[in-house]
Design a protein around this ligand. Sequence first.
Ligand SMILES: Cc1ncc(COP(=O)(O)O)c(C=O)c1O
Length: 403
Amino acid sequence: MAHRTAPEQQTLTPAAVFDWLDEAAELRARAGLTRTLRSRPADDPVLDLASNDYLGLVHHPAVTGAAAEAALRWGGGSTGSRLVTGTTALHTELEEELAAFCGVEAALVFSSGYTANLAALTALTDPDTLIVSDANNHASLIDGCRLSRSDVHRAPHGDPAAVAAALAARPHRRALVVTDSVFSVDGNAARLPELSAAARAHGAALLVDDAHGLGVLGPGGAGALAAAGLAGQPDTVATVTLSKSLGSQGGAVLGPRRVVRHLTETARTFIFDTGLAPAAAGAALGALRLLRAEPHRAERAREVARTLSARLTAAGLVASAPDAAVVSVRAPGPEAAVAWAADCRTAGLAVGCFRPPSVPDGVSRLRLTARGDLTDRQIADAVRIISATAPAGATFVPRPDGA
Ligand SMILES: Cc1ncc(COP(=O)(O)O)c(C=O)c1O
């Protein structure tokens, strides 16, 4: 590489070192991509369709009570990494119950879904592995691919034939197919049975990020692997987050016992990270036990999603056909999407707003969480507010023949 001289480096004052950040912020502002934090009051009266609390459990007494009890018994933090002092009896119970709930041999709990994904992708690959990754995968999977130092093939979104072709053409000894179970922006599901067949035909493992499937898909919310008949398969691994349907915080890798053993002994985001806080482990356990006792909650979330999508479409908006509990609605552009979400909030409804670079196809959207605890009245209010605040260009005129 040619040696570059940077004359400005010689004259830069300490105060000027970060000047380029202001220019970058200005560029983002011009592209309509400014992002700001908003502190949420505890008693926010706004109807929430923006969070990932798919089952509405975050305030359920079975969850908050278990969190409080765990904090009182075990303390505010786990005190160390899992292999040193950070594994309490609660962590072990959570791993056993999570594995049983999802129908897999074993589970390993992490401090987040993000670190669980980094662990699975780095520990289950080596330089002689090809990772075949769906183009729309979550950022944490993409980062895991980068950290793995393996070759990565970015397969077109939702295309098992392309995955099979990449696997067939590889010179690598091993391969790992990686996909979200439910894609976070549009809420569409991966074609897991076909991906599993493609992986199996070519001696590859399958890694499924079930962040948006756990608690929503499968019998009683056992997740996407259970829904696809893949739970407990010897060549299949799932990652989950405890921060969405389970109303807590943390993540886990689920799969064969020997995979969990390998991660326990080698995954850097497991070994060099403080164990999950006891309150979060307790809350997740409380949610799991509630789901086991009340398995209808998963189906209700899917039903709310179908209803929201159908009513928004009937109102002339372009809503996604949901496979789980996420519904997205197209906006004409990033600025219109931000203004639309703000208008919804003013009218009493919180919705998510996805813009580039968080959207894979450059199309900005509102993202709605079809919470399983929404009442029919709340669903009607949400549809009314979203339709009434829709910007020009967001609606289409349905053709008389319904096409
Ligand atoms: C698909 C997907 N995977 C992983 C994560 C990361 O999980 P966590 O928030 O627990 O780190 C998220 C979202 O937060 C997600 O949407």
